[in-house]
Design a protein around this ligand. Structure first.
Ligand code: KG4
Ligand code: ZN
Length: 363
């Protein structure tokens, strides 16, 4: 058995400044996990302002690190390695984290490991559920949407991803078009509970095409058209109209994601994994209707379904510390030449995805 490895992790690629301490040993243990969000700083602008985010990260990172070490009851000398998100994401924020981590590493002599933010999300099921390689991962958030076969801490095969908006982005835009509060996912889900699907009909984009790529931008156009039709016909929107529009929108996202997941599962299962599993991560994974559909799909295919707790599905530094720990154990080291990479696909062989997420560049 390997000796336990204690890793201090940093995350600052979007609008959450975070630091955490994770111990990898016989399983993994989160010793502390501090997240300082910036929601109120960006609220007035209707989205994340990169320059404001970068400044806030610079102000908060050292506070976050101090708090993470204090909560873990450790000092920097007790840490074996420092892991930092070095991409992809908003360049100013990533730079702030990389500079801070480099400074701490240079000052303390502790080894440094640069971590891909998406690898952090993709390895979370191992942190929370010790999920065995290889597993299928569906990343669904406000900035990302892709299917990955996760074969190792630095070994990912991308089966497909969104060619335009991420699903969370589509939920947020839908909420905006209907005058519902942000973030849109939870408010659309709530409104949909009293609505019925199919009163209006939205498309199920890209289902007519083979493969696992997805598209969500057409849904908001469909929503806008149906909303305006209703307004024109009855001089306004009733609560029931709102609920029905939300139900159909959510149903369309569920249908597209579950059909594409079914295709991704079929490809994954052809490799005959010993302990087959599907994991989801990202804010949209909180959606109950989607979770139920994926759960059903997994049951049909005899595949384990794992959805890590929400606070570990959304941006945090525990996932970065954990991924950094696995990479460290596999021999990865970064040095003072570590740079911030705004774009950094996990699967280096896959064609780049187009578009840019609401919260920064997609990988
Ligand atoms: O992973 P996340 O916290 O942040 C990044 O995108 O990095 O995801 C946030 C996204 C938002 O777009 C939000 O509307 C969506 O996740 N979301 C949901 C739900 N809760 C959050 N979407 C659908 N249903 C939900 N219950
Ligand atoms: Zn993320």
């Amino acid at each position: 058995m390997r000796p336990p490895l204690t890793v201090l992790g940093f995350e600052s690629s979007c609008d959450d400044t975070a630091a955490a301490v994770v111990r990898l040993g016989d399983g993994a243990q989160i010793l502390s996990n501090v997240v300082m969000g910036q929601e109120e700083l960006h609220r007035a602008y209707g989205g994340v302002v990169p320059e404001i985010a970068a400044r806030a990260h610079t102000e908060k990172l050292d506070l976050c690190v101090t708090e993470a070490l204090d909560k873990a009851g450790l000092g920097l000398t007790d840490v074996d390695a420092i892991a930092v998100t070095s991409g992809p994401g908003l360049i100013g924020g990533v730079l702030a984290g990389v500079m801070c981590a480099k400074g701490l590493s240079a000052g303390s002599g502790k080894p440094l490991v640069g971590v891909n933010h998406l690898a952090g999300h993709a390895l979370t099921p191992r942190l929370t559920h010790h999920m065995a390689y290889p597993y299928l991962m569906l990343l669904v958030s406000g900035g990302h949407c892709q299917f990955l076969i996760v074969r190792g801490p630095d070994d990912f095969l991308r089966l497909g991803g969104t060619i335009d908006d991420a699903p969370g982005e589509a939920f947020d835009k839908t909420a905006r078009l209907l005058g519902l509060p942000q973030p849109g996912g939870p408010s659309v889900e709530k409104a949909a509970q009293s609505g019925v699907e199919k009163r209006v009909r939205f498309p199920r984009p890209l289902l007519d095409r083979p493969g696992c790529d997805l598209s969500f931008s057409g849904l908001k156009t469909a929503l806008l058209r149906e909303r305006d039709k209703l307004i024109a016909a009855q001089s306004g929107l009733h609560a029931q109209d709102l609920a029905d529009l939300c139900a159909e929108f959510q149903g369309a996202v569920r249908d597209v994601l579950s059909e594409k997941t079914r295709r991704a599962l079929e490809i994954y299962l052809k490799g005959r994994p010993e302990q087959p599993g599907l994991a989801v991560a990202g804010g949209v994974a909180a959606n109950t209707v989607l979770r139920q559909a994926l759960n059903r799909l997994c049951a049909e295919h005899g595949v384990a379904f794992v959805a890590p707790p929400l606070h570990l599905c959304t941006d945090n530094a525990a996932m970065i510390a954990y991924a950094g720990g696995e990479l460290y154990q596999a021999g990865h080291r970064s040095d003072m030449t570590l740079s911030a990479r705004p774009r950094w696909p996990l699967d280096r062989t896959a064609a780049p995805l187009v578009g840019s997420g609401k919260k920064g560049a997609k990988a």
